[in-house]
Design a protein around this ligand. Structure first.
Ligand SMILES: Nc1ncnc2c1ncn2[C@@H]1O[C@H](COP(=O)(O)OP(=O)(O)OP(=O)(O)O)[C@@H](O)[C@H]1O
Ligand SMILES: [Mg+2]
Length: 355
């Protein structure tokens, strides 16, 4: 039933404005891939191309062997769960779920049986006679999910399906979606601008910016080894520092930057370090110390904020404004001179020029 999805060199315009630029993406059979990015970056547009609501100006879309690029939307057989993809208000929950089966010509008894089985899986059996107006938001979203799944589509697509739900229900529903998608081994594309949601539900995530994919990888890779400055900042590496390797001792690289910056970095923990590179760190990856250590980034401390497990410090340095962290046991004051020392667990190496 299921099939891989392949987008190749897609370009899309609204009028004369280009909103997708040479976008390519491969989603494996049974894989769940999320498109993650800020508002307006082109996530919904990508889904609209796949669903057939919009025709690309260049590029192709394949689902398995089938070329979908110019196939009419109603012949694409894709299950859609959109944030505002309304249920039929005058049909019961059961009839809403059975609707797609009726369209496909299934006999009445058979489709009621299939729809009931799907309602049981999403936990809505007691509500099958209700109208959509008599349901909560979360229940309605589950009906929409059942309606998309019941036709056993080769491809499922979700556009911010959980953004109207409260925090607890959102987490429960994403687990449910993932379990159903896994159980049916359905290829799926999931759109969200919530990083935690994307990372928790997906096999791989495509991070988008201005109509392009900036990195497409497993969540763990994106979080620990971003490929460029855009993705690094997106996953919380707030501090980007341009450095040059000066001395190599085994795996240890001694690197320097402007204004007396001198740091020791371990290639066994950070991966290969080229002669010129950008060091990216999260605030927790730059430790503040008042000790006059041999190596570090000289800093003048500014505002200190309390985060429960540590303090964060705004710091002015020769590499510009950085955010660092320090232990609760020894708080430093605004105006103190200090050194910032990178901690490998919360650092990564970017190519030269990524800043
Ligand atoms: N029907 C339309 N006509 C003209 N421009 C459009 C249309 N729909 C979207 N756009 C523009 O295309 C760009 C991409 O929009 P898209 O809806 O794909 O973004 P998105 O990533 O889904 O954002 P959001 O997270 O806000 O839903 C935006 O700049 C948007 O303003
Ligand atoms: Mg959108």
């Amino acid at each position: 039933m299921t099939a891989p999805l392949s987008l190749a060199n897609l370009t899309a315009h609204y009028g004369t404005t280009k909103v997708l630029d040479d976008l390519s993406l491969d989603v494996g059979e049974g894989e769940l891939v999320s498109l993650l990015g800020a508002s307006g970056c082109g996530k919904t547009t990508t889904l609209r191309l796949i669903a057939g609501f919009l025709v690309p100006t260049a590029g192709t879309i394949h689902l398995g062997e089938t070329d979908l690029t110019r196939l009419p939307a109603h012949r694409r057989n894709i299950g859609l769960v959109f944030q505002n993809y309304a249920l039929f208000p005058h049909l019961s929950v059961l009839d809403n779920v059975a609707f797609g089966l009726k369209q496909r010509g299934m006999a009445s008894a058979a489709r009621a049986e299939r729809a009931r089985a799907m309602l049981a899986r999403v936990g809505l059996t007691p509500l099958e006679e209700r109208l959509p107006g008599e349901l909560s938001g979360g229940q309605r979203q589950r009906v929409a999910l059942a309606r998309a799944l019941v036709i056993e589509p080769p491809l499922l697509m979700f556009d911010e399906p959980l953004s109207n739900l409260d925090a607890k229900l959102r987490v429960d529903m994403r687990v449910e979606i993932r379990q159903l998608q896994r159980a049916n081994n359905t290829t799926a594309v999931f759109v969200t601008h919530d990083q935690e949601e994307a990372f928790s539900i997906s096999d791989r995530v495509a991070i988008m910016d201005a109509g392009r994919i900036r990195q497409f990888d497993a969540p763990e890779t994106l979080y620990q080894r971003p490929a460029n400055a855009f993705v690094a900042r997106f996953v919380g590496f707030e501090n980007l520092i341009a450095l040059e390797a000066r001395r190599r001792e085994g795996a240890i690289v001694h690197a320097e930057g402007p204004g007396g910056i001198s740091v020791a970095l371990d290639q066994d923990r950070l991966g290969a370090i080229p002669d010129r590179f950008t060091l990216a760190t999260r605030p927790d990856g730059l430790r503040v110390t008042a000790q006059p250590e041999a190596e570090g980034i000289p800093a003048s401390l500014g505002l200190r904020t309390y985060l429960g497990r540590a303090y964060h410090y705004q710091a002015e340095t020769p590499a510009g404004h950085l955010v660092a962290s320090g232990p609760l046991s020894r708080p430093l004051q605004s105006g103190d001179q200090a050194r910032l020392v990178p901690e490998a667990e919360q650092c990564c190496i970017l190519p030269e020029g990524e800043i």
